[in-house]
Design a protein around this ligand. Structure first.
Ligand code: HEC
Ligand code: HEC
Ligand code: HEC
Ligand code: HEC
Ligand code: HEC
Ligand code: HEC
Ligand code: HEC
Length: 289
């Protein structure tokens, strides 16, 4: 009895799904085509690798790689989603590259409102020198779990140190975390584990993940039972006699010399011991004659 009531319903569901699919596929197809057609229009000029303009005496390339854009997370969007200012062809003239960057970057907030709001409070936004594309690129954005993404954990060091080179870069590369991540660790800390990605603040800001009072909590994300004093001491230090690395520098030097002196004394001791044994052996030899 049960079965006879279920069978017709199953057929009904199948038929409705099929009709639905037949309606949806052409619509989706048409939409994809509409986007492709619209972007084709822009690419007539912008696919040319030699297309460039001069802005403030600097040559700026206007070429866009069509394949890379199509395989990016935004490949299904029209160019004018982010470049409304350039919808008109020929475009209204713009004065600076910064103006283009600003307009296009504002478009991110159409869809990523929460990230944009968080970013506004960061040291990066306040500096006026860092935009979304500084870390993500404009047209080649990939999801962070894609090994090709700038924000893939194995690539984060390179992304951040393109600006923060010098001691920050060196100290991270020398650290346990840096070495582990470069060897493919999926657990050790990247820059973003300790600093955040969009809400980065300097150590002097009490809200920062690396403000003195918040450091234990930042480490506790992964080190859940740290020993006392675990999170004390500078994170970014290089072994130099000045600055935050000084205590480690002198400790390192002290133990290096301690080792050298101990080893030298040990070797002298062994040699004297051998010499004594040699002399005793010779005396014994002489005595037997
Ligand atoms: C006929 C060729 C042509 C077409 C088609 C074209 N562009 Fe352009 N585009 C240019 C040129 C030339 C410039 C430099 C403008 C200037 O300096 O006056 C430019 C500049 C730009 C810029 C600003 C870059 C900068 O720093 O100045 C963007 C963004 C842009 N185009 C996007 C688009 C989009 C989106 C489309 C499609 C809706 C499109 N373009 C279609 C030729 C074209
Ligand atoms: C998801 C948003 C987004 C989409 C979609 C997008 N762009 Fe852009 N584009 C940007 C941003 C942001 C910049 C500014 C980059 C910068 O200066 O850091 C930019 C810059 C440009 C420039 C200036 C030169 C450059 O590379 O910096 C051109 C030309 C351009 N885009 C053309 C296009 C074309 C053509 C398409 C469609 C195939 C397209 N864009 C799609 C966000 C987008
Ligand atoms: C200083 C580098 C940096 C800047 C600047 C930056 N991002 Fe990110 N973003 C990252 C990193 C790294 C990740 C990967 C997240 C992680 O590993 O925690 C990420 C992840 C994301 C994600 C996916 C995960 C999420 O949190 O939703 C989106 C969306 C995103 N960013 C958008 C933006 C937008 C929009 C801007 C500009 C307002 C921006 N990003 C500026 C580094 C940056
Ligand atoms: C029209 C809406 C729209 C706009 C505008 C837009 N995005 Fe996205 N973005 C999306 C969608 C949808 C996805 C997810 C795609 C997917 O899941 O395959 C995405 C994905 C991303 C990701 C990858 C997230 C992850 O999971 O790792 C980043 C990073 C990102 N966007 C940054 C930006 C930046 C930067 C801008 C401005 C230049 C921007 N987006 C503009 C809709 C948009
Ligand atoms: C294990 C956690 C951790 C990791 C990983 C980490 N940092 Fe830090 N970072 C800190 C702490 C803690 C501070 C506060 C000052 C200090 O102790 O050196 C800091 C300070 C900084 C500062 C500010 C320096 C100053 O003196 O104002 C910058 C910039 C910075 N880090 C960038 C990076 C970059 C880029 C990476 C990746 C290459 C990175 N950090 C990786 C914990 C970390
Ligand atoms: C396009 C260049 C650029 C990139 C990429 C970049 N930064 Fe920055 N960063 C800056 C600038 C500029 C400032 C503000 C001025 C300063 O303090 O050096 C800053 C400030 C900081 C600060 C605060 C320093 C302080 O003392 O106030 C930290 C921490 C930091 N960045 C970490 C990172 C991390 C982590 C990444 C990668 C996810 C990253 N940055 C990527 C340019 C960059
Ligand atoms: C994203 C996770 C993560 C964060 C955040 C993190 N670590 Fe680590 N750390 C690891 C992993 C994984 C190892 C590898 C060995 C292990 O499991 O103990 C490690 C190893 C270390 C080591 C060397 C080995 C050991 O256990 O003594 C030290 C020291 C260390 N971390 C200090 C810190 C400090 C200090 C902080 C905070 C400023 C911190 N870590 C934040 C994941 C993290």
């Amino acid at each position: 009895m049960q079965e006879s009531t279920y069978t017709p319903r199953l057929w009904l569901v199948l038929i409705i799904s099929l009709v639905g699919l037949l309606l949806v596929i052409p619509t989706a197809w048409a939409q994809t085509n509409a986007v492709a057609d619209a972007n084709e229009k822009c690419m007539l000029c912008h696919e040319n690798p030699n297309l460039q303009v001069e802005r403030n005496g600097e040559k700026v390339s206007l070429a866009v790689d069509a394949d890379k854009f199509k395989s990016s997370v935004h490949g299904m969007n029209t160019c004018t989603t982010c470049h409304a200012q350039q919808a008109k062809i020929p475009h209204d003239p713009v004065a600076t590259k910064a103006e283009v960057t600003r307009h296009a970057s504002e478009s991110c907030s159409l869809c990523h409102t929460a990230v944009v709001e968080r970013f506004k409070l960061s040291e990066h936004a306040k500096s006026g020198q860092v935009t979304c594309t500084s870390c993500h690129t404009a047209h080649e954005i990939k999801k962070s779990d894609d090994p090709q993404a700038n924000t893939f954990r194995g690539n984060i060091e390179a992304t951040c140190t393109s600006c923060h080179d010098g001691e920050i870069k060196e100290s991270y590369q020398e650290s346990f975390h840096g070495k582990a991540v470069s060897l493919g660790s999926t657990k050790a800390a990247t820059c973003v584990s300790c600093h955040g990605a969009h809400d980065i603040l300097g150590p002097d800001n009490p809200e920062s993940m690396v403000a003195k009072a918040n450091i234990p909590q930042t480490c506790a994300q992964c080190h859940n039972q740290p020993k006392e004093n675990f999170a004390v001491g500078a994170e970014h230090f290089v072994l130099k006699p000045q600055g935050s690395g000084a205590p480690m520098y002198f400790t390192f030097k002290f133990f290096t010399w301690l080792t050298i002196i101990t080893m030298t004394l040990l070797i002298i001791h062994i040699e004297l011991e051998l010499y004594r044994k040699y002399k005793l052996a010779r005396r014994a030899d002489n005595g037997s004659h």
